[in-house]
Design a protein around this ligand. Structure first.
Ligand code: NAP
Ligand code: COA
Length: 267
């Protein structure tokens, strides 16, 4: 059952919102009546995503590693859609790589997108948030708290994202900005799962075994939580990292090992 939310008259902006989990969040907000802006690097992704968001949808191209580009996207979005009520920062990169064979640039590229990019988005957005009542939501991952082999870059970057959320909640609470993070579990049909989970029906069965609720998550599961956190119902929730993972959080390391067993042997 989906809980119904009403975001009529509000503006939700989603960085990294053109595919997968983040697009699911953007679409859910659009469905609930919000004006929605999505941002990512590739024009084709931006165009395709914006076309699904209805007449109040806007798509913009920017790389979160480029702070002036992030600032320009925010200014353009606010000029056409109004102050931001809900800001989602979910752009991310991931690949399997043993630390010893990971170049410094490979480590850096993930930290730059996931962590520095999140800082760019939050810092540049602050002046554009609805005064007195806005919700900032970071998309983190189980790697932020669970050490996982072949994920040194992502574990480091997402741990930073969790702490960034907690610190900004302290600093921006007095401004009426609530700051939280969502930590999704294995979400079916996503790029993350294509990169990090064993493939095929056998792979899917192995992943399901690691989830106490016995199924992979859907983009709709994450969108429902993102709408709750953006809504007045979550008006006293700030500084938290909330898992939405069917109870799997501590148990996904074997999924990565199984995926790496197939993928890294081929390289
Ligand atoms: P995805 O479809 O690859 O989504 C990533 C999005 O970020 C895309 O829209 C991509 O579009 C954009 N992006 C990538 N680099 C960017 C950059 N430098 N600047 C701006 N935008 C950029 O991946 P997903 O699997 O749905 O994951 C979405 C989020 O959920 C990520 O934060 C991920 O860490 C988190 N997560 C996923 C899972 C899962 O099961 N999939 C589990 C836990 C956490 P462009 O290529 O057009 O830039
Ligand atoms: N294994 C090891 N190193 C890798 C790698 C892999 N599979 N993929 C990329 N790298 C390294 C590159 O070799 C390069 O390092 P080098 O300069 O020392 O050679 C560095 O990472 C940067 O790669 P590049 O391709 O220039 O980065 P990019 O900015 O074009 O793309 C990525 C960023 C690598 C994160 C890319 O995978 C991406 O765009 N991902 C977005 C989608 C995604 O990951 N979704 C899942 C989210 S959970």
């Amino acid at each position: 059952m989906n809980v119904q939310f009403d975001f009529s008259g509000r503006h939700a902006m989603v960085f990294g919102g053109t595919t997968g989990i983040n697009l699911g969040i953007a679409q859910a907000y659009a469905h609930a009546g919000a004006r929605v802006t999505v941002v990512s690097r590739k024009q084709a992704n931006v165009d395709a995503a914006a076309a699904t968001l209805g007449e109040r949808g806007l798509g913009l191209v920017a790389d979160v590693r480029d702070e002036p580009a992030v600032a320009a996207a925010l200014a353009q979005a606010v000029a056409s859609q109004g102050p931001i009520d809900v800001l989602v920062s979910g752009a991310a990169g991931n690949f399997l790589a043993p630390a010893a064979q990971m170049s410094a640039n490979a480590f850096k590229v993930v930290v730059d997108i996931d962590l520095l990019g999140s800082f760019h988005v939050a810092r540049q957005a602050l002046q554009h948030l609805r005064q007195g009542a806005a919700s900032l939501i970071f998309i983190t991952a189980p790697q932020s708290t669970v050490p996982m082999a072949y994920q040194a870059h992502v574990c480091a970057a997402k741990a930073g994202v969790d702490q960034l959320a907690r610190v900004l909640a302290l600093e921006w609470g007095a401004l009426g900005v609530r700051v939280n993070a969502i930590s999704p579990g294995p979400i079916e049909g996503t790029e993350g799962m294509r990169r990090l989970a064993p493939q095929g029906e056998e792979g899917a069965a192995l992943v399901r075994q690691m989830v106490p609720l016995g199924r992979m998550g859907t983009t709709g599961d994450i969108a429902q939580l993102a709408m709750f956190l953006g809504s007045d119902a979550a008006g006293y929730i700030s500084g938290t990292v909330i898992a939405c993972d069917g109870g799997a959080q501590g148990q996904l390391s074997p999924m990565i090992l199984a995926a790496a067993d197939g993928a890294l042997k081929k390289t």
